[in-house]
Design a protein around this ligand. Sequence first.
Ligand code: AHG
Ligand code: MN
Ligand code: MN
Length: 339
Amino acid sequence: MYEGQQLRTVQQHILQEQTRFPGATGEFSWLLSGITLAAKMIQSKVRRAGLTDLLGSMDQTNVQGEVQQKLDVYSNEALMHCLSLRQSIGILASEENERPITVNFKSPSAKYAVIFDPLDGSSNIDVNVSVGTTFSILRRPEGEDSTDVEKWVLQPGATQVAAGYVVYGSSTILVYSVGNGVHGFTLEPGVGAFLLSHESIKMPSQGTYYSTNEGYVNQMPAPYPEFIQDLRQGKLGRPYSARYIGSMVADFHRTLLKGGIFLYPPTEAQSSGKLRLLYEANPIAFIAEQAGGIATDGNQRILDIQPTTIHQRTPLVVGSQVEMQAFANAVPAMAESVN
Ligand code: AHG
Ligand code: MN
Ligand code: MN
């Protein structure tokens, strides 16, 4: 199957990327290998979801007030377990935990915080639709802030040292960036290794799909409804088709590969939208920008937002250059963050 092709595993790739970090000691690749191990554990449970007793909710609500699915809990535990043994990690923060968890926080070797959504789109599990995991890696701040858990976690997305996601779809793919382009690795299930399948991903400058929950269109503020109508009516040179999975990671992954635009706007019910800044919007925005795309909250670049709370929500509009420029033109206050 791979005859004549040079196989590259994610581990090999990370080791190579790591040489870009001054004084790198291998800790960073060890950290990322914790994420890839957890991803394999999660995908293995996701693949068995219909066969085991994992379906259905646990009748327990998380800090967002949403009912936790059993796989949410399992995925959170898998990541916590695989990452908490890494000496370079000081803080783990998750959608599923109200407060950040300090692990090797006091040790001087603890250099990184990892913030994640262990299972994104989990309501789709019951109906066999793609779900994912998102992660964001931040470095311990310098100076007197270095022992302040809040300061460590509440950094703008532009300071991320690495970010990425996994999609548990028709295959399992891990996409990550350390600020040197975006690379995708598909899990070879027979071998259990993530193999480089998408090198230096670049988002097309224009796509043919828009992706939003159009059921909320009457609750969206201007100019979202008008902009969506423009896309449908061909104002960007072609009439757009709609695609909406309801798993942000999967909707974004399509947008990354095919181009287009994904929007989760503010609505009447949720004035800051639904998605979480630190572990959903930030890693997606980091990947989008690294691939040549743009991500905004409608007012400013996602990666420039100074977070104030760990679970804060943000509107998210992310996509290709052409669609994002058109969106910026529809929101005059935004032109600055896109240009
Ligand atoms: P999670 O499963 O982590 O709570 O995230 C679900 C999110 C996101 O994946 C998706 O884009 C969005 O919910 C869909 O929300 P709507 O049903 O409101 O469109
Ligand atoms: Mn999510
Ligand atoms: Mn989740």
